[in-house]
Design a protein around this ligand. Structure first.
Ligand code: NAD
Length: 510
């Protein structure tokens, strides 16, 4: 019989990390947590290994990444079993947003790294540099630290290590202590695919060692809560270590009166409940134009009632799994209680689930407003609060009335109108007639505005951030002395001033 988490925690020292299946309470394994000394050794080993990894070039690195792309699919069942057991997410969630991402990302960065990091020949408009050659080039930073959350152990942890590796860096990944097993499996896979020793290392640790990781790397890629992200940035300031932060969200969906109501309702239920609602870019709040509000509520409530929840088994066993991190249940309960006390109506769910402490029923709330926590703070659970609005203007105002700005969606049959609304929403991505499908486009930047983050993943900057930029200016033909060299003479200054006036002093005509 599996030991319970409590038993395992009692028998383990503070230096170990107990990994459990949150849906069943079974202990999966107990890992020895790394120490500060071990982290220092890992950093030193990573730095020693990096130059050879850089030296094998884009083709050499792409070979390893392409082999790994096949490895994750060849080992798909093992990968899915690990993900499902350490998170409590359904097998479908693990396929859609973890295996699916892995399958695409290894190949994408293998192919795109060379293009995005190629030397750029720059033509300058400065007449003073006529005839010179100007190049901007990218050099890997060296050692990258990737700190990830528990909700997507592959996509939001290892996923950000792939471009860092493709750029020629060594990487230390620190997964959440709640979900370290996926990262360890990927480490095994990368070694099987020929990555040199110590180029990819996994730090098994709780939060505080994540802070120490910031001290020993050349770049930190952090995904997690806004609160921790701010601490990471503060710590990184001590060593002037650059950071990229992917943080929390409170993503609004706007449903306009002319929307395909069925599609909008289906999308709202799926993208709020998928992964148990524990997705940074999930639908966290909905604004619906008054004429369609009641019909939309009816469609959503009917679907939410039909959802099957429980410990995930094989494909099709349940629709919604458990919480990954148990304390999350308390936050969701608090938001639902607060909403009900302030007058919200519960159309579906509303209670802790029947299957144990890690479950909360898929919940739909109507009659909500911005005085309620469920409309202002990140809930990160299977809840869908829906608010009636007079028109698109009110919806836009309320969507922007948030400290967050990660992602948003708009539903309307009028694409031009959808785009106009999208352009007025303060978020890193806005999707019309879908929710977070943009995440599949690895060519397009993904990142938050406001308290949702700094920097982006994906697209050119998703790999250039892991490199230092260097400008090289080449001068072939030049006089022994430029005009402005010593000794300074009055006529030099006058000539220079005259040239500046001629070039730049013509106002509108210039
Ligand atoms: P968290 O901030 O609690 O932890 C994230 C990681 O930081 C973990 O590995 C943790 O061990 C580590 N950590 C904790 N304290 C640290 C410190 N002082 N210094 C360095 N590292 C430290 O986040 P979580 O609860 O694991 O994840 C959920 C949050 O992540 C949600 O807010 C969600 O919106 C966000 N998230 C954002 C994105 C995105 O792309 N924007 C994606 C997924 C999750």
């Amino acid at each position: 019989m599996a030991t319970t988490v409590q038993q395992a925690q009692q028998s383990s020292s503070a230096a170990s990390i107990v990994v459990e299946n949150p849906a069943t309470g079974a202990v999966l394994t107990t890992l020895a947590a790394h120490t500060s000394e071990q982290l220092a050794e890992m950093a030193a080993r990573g730095r020693r290994a990096q130059p050879a990894w850089q030296a094998i070039g884009f083709d050499g690195r792409a070979k390893v990444l392409r082999r790994m792309q096949k490895w994750v699919l060849d080992n798909g069942d093992r990968f899915l079993d690990t993900l499902v057991s350490e998170t409590g997410k359904t097998r479908e969630d693990a396929v859609l947003a973890e295996l699916g991402y892995a399958a695409g990302a290894f190949g994408f960065w293998a192919k795109s790294a060379r293009k995005y990091l190629a030397d750029e020949r720059v033509r300058t408009s400065s007449p003073f540099l006529l005839g010179r050659k100007l190049i901007v080039r990218y050099e890997p930073v060296g050692l990258v630290g990737v700190i990830g959350p528990w909700n997507y152990p592959f996509t939001n942890t290892v996923g950000d290590a792939i471009p860092a590796l493709a750029a020629g860096n060594a990487v230390i990944v620190k997964p959440s202590s709640v979900t370290p097993l996926t990262s360890l499996l990927i480490e095994e896979g990368l070694h099987a695919c020929g990555i040199p020793e110590h180029v990819f290392q996994v730090l098994v640790a709780r939060g505080p060692l994540g802070g120490e990781l910031v001290d020993v790397v050349d770049f930190i890629m952090f995904t997690g809560s806004t609160e921790t992200g701010k601490q990471v940035m503060e710590r990184a300031a001590r060593t002037l270590t650059p950071v990229s932060l992917e943080l929390g969200g409170k993503d609004p969906m706007i449903v306009l009166a002319d929307a395909d109501l069925e599609r909008a309702a289906n999308a709202a239920v799926f993208w709020s409940m998928q992964n148990g609602g524990q997705t940074c870019i999930s639908v966290e709040r909905v604004y619906v134009e008054e004429p369609i509000y009641d019909r939309f509520l009816a469609l959503v409530a009917e679907q939410a009632h039909a959802l099957r929840q429980g410990a995930p088994g094989g494909f099709g066993s349940v629709d919604v799994g458990s919480f990954i991190n148990l304390p999350q249940a308390e936050i969701v309960q608090a938001h639902v209680t607060d909403a009900v006390q302030r007058g919200a109506r519960v159309l579906a769910g509303g209670h802790r689930g029947q299957d144990g402490p890690a479950f909360f029923e898929p919940t739909v709330l109507a009659g909500v407003d911005h005085s309620m926590q469920c409309m202002r703070e990140e809930t990160f659970g299977p809840t869908l609060p829906i608010m009636k609005v007079a028109d698109a203007e009110e919806a836009i105002r309320l969507a922007n009335d948030s400290p967050y700005g990660l992602q948003a969606s708009v539903f309307t049959k009028d694409l031009a109108k959808g785009e106009r609304v999208a352009r007025r929403i303060q978020a890193g991505a806005v999707v019309v007639n879908d929710c977070n499908a943009n995440y599949l486009a690895l060519e397009a930047p993904m990142g938050g505005w406001k308290d949702s983050g700094i920097g982006t993943r994906h697209g050119p900057d998703g790999i250039r951030k892991y490199a230092r930029r260097q400008t090289i200016l080449l001068t072939r033909f030049a006089p022994k002395k430029d005009l402005y060299f010593f000794p300074l003479r009055a006529w030099h200054g006058k000539l220079l001033l005259g040239a500046l006036k001629l070039l730049y002093g013509r106002g509108e005509r210039g």
